[in-house]
Design a protein. Structure first.
Length: 394
């Protein structure tokens, strides 16, 4: 019954992807181009609408996971987000094993969340009634351009990474004619904003059997990002991130996926950069929301130190063919845990004062790379927030 329910709920999205996309062949050669209306829902940002395109080019040799991909998205949400992004990733386009990816984002958020700093920050819902619905919000505009180069060390699963980026952020402490917000109270005189330009380097260990929805293997990385003032940055700081993701097969169709992430910032990072979660693939935000703690409000906890622990059981429940396309359904259950530190990360406190959320989800895959995702979380701070998007959390 659960399998049939998941199939019916996502059938419309499947039909759209079939009718708008040129389908891949069974051996994944040539191109797969899938276009969809960007109709989604996120409890933190409301209903989203727009358009998205995911184009995968495999070449005649059937490169894995693909030779290169281009993914432009134009999205609007009912809670005031306007965003244009273009993601480019080419594992096999350059010579000598170099992989290049690039990311462009231009976004405007009328009401970006801000609940204060540290693990003990307080969310009092009554203040949204007495002070206005935007008390825990601020306006944010951000433009970002970034690029990374990765290259494997011959004969090993190790890759070295080099990258850089340019980011411009502007802040409105009183969004939508609000008279008082938490941010305007804390920054009564000088509201930060400006450039955050960086260089970074890292080491990646990757033994996954596939990059999207892996069944076995390890994907670990240690990344160091330097944001110096000599590059024109408003503030100067250093962020390091250690992430360990492991995938354990529990039979042919069942996978246990686990992620630990530690991150710390040294220096004077502005508050709007504290929510950034550094990765070697796509940048995320947290702690809280669709990409970190599902069931906790987006960016509910921010600080210089961060610990995140996700555990997920994934069951590939059904494979089927429709309109010439190969589809699969994956059901999952998860537990997400995490905490932050206002100042430095404290190793001895990793398992104390954790915020916990749990829930379940379903993934509808067209081929192995294009995946529509639905997750529902639960926590003490939110009953059943829903997240509809693309891909896997990790």
């Amino acid at each position: 019954m659960l399998r049939n329910c998941a199939t019916n709920v996502l059938m419309l999205l499947a039909t759209l992807s079939v009718s708008l996309g040129a389908q891949e062949t069974s051996d994944q050669t040539g191109a797969q181009i899938t276009g969809l209306p960007a109709i989604n829902y996120d409890s933190d940002e409301g209903f989203g609408y727009g358009v998205l395109l995911e184009a995968y080019f495999y070449g005649e040799g059937g490169y894995s996971p693909y030779r290169f991909t281009i993914q432009p998205t134009l999205k609007f949400t009912t809670k005031g987000r306007r965003e244009l992004t273009v993601f480019f990733d080419a594992p096999h386009l350059l010579s000598n094993g170099w992989r290049v990816d690039g990311f462009l984002r231009s976004e405007r958020l009328i009401a970006s969340p801000y609940y204060g700093l540290g693990n003990n920050s307080i969310y009092d819902q009554t203040l949204e009634e007495t002070e206005g619905q935007y008390y825990y919000r601020f306006g944010r505009s951000r433009t970002k351009v970034s690029m990374n180069l990765q290259r494997p060390l011959e004969g090993s699963p190790v890759r070295i990474l080099f990258g850089g980026g340019v980011t411009r952020t502007s802040v409105e402490p009183l969004p939508e004619n609000a008279t008082r917000t938490l941010l305007s109270t804390e920054f009564s005189e000088n509201v930060p904003g400006g450039w955050s330009n960086y260089l970074r380097a890292g080491v990646v260990w990757d033994t996954r059997d596939r990059e999207t929805g892996p069944h076995r293997g390890t994907w670990s990385e240690f990344l160091v990002q330097a944001v110096p003032t000599f590059l024109g940055s408003q503030s100067q700081y250093l962020r390091w991130t250690l992430a360990d993701r492991r995938y354990f097969p529990l039979g042919d169709r069942l996978t246990f996926a686990n992620r630990f992430l530690l991150q710390n910032i040294e220096g004077s990072a502005p508050f709007y950069d504290l929510s950034i979660v550094q990765t070697s693939f796509k940048q995320e935000e947290g702690l809280g929301g669709a990409k970190t703690l599902r069931g906790i409000p987006k960016n509910r906890y921010i600080g210089k130190g961060m610990f995140l622990w996700n555990a997920e059981l994934r069951w590939r429940a059904h494979d089927f063919t429709m309109a010439g396309g190969a589809f699969h359904i994956v059901l999952s259950g998860f537990i997400d845990n995490g905490r932050v530190w206002k100042d430095d990360l404290q190793i001895g406190e990793l398992l104390s004062d954790l915020t916990t959320a749990y829930g379940g989800g379903v993934r509808l895959g067209l081929g192995e790379n294009f995946v529509v995702a639905v997750d529902v979380g639960h926590s003490d701070e939110a009953a059943a927030p829903i997240y509809i998007g693309l891909g896997y959390l990790y």
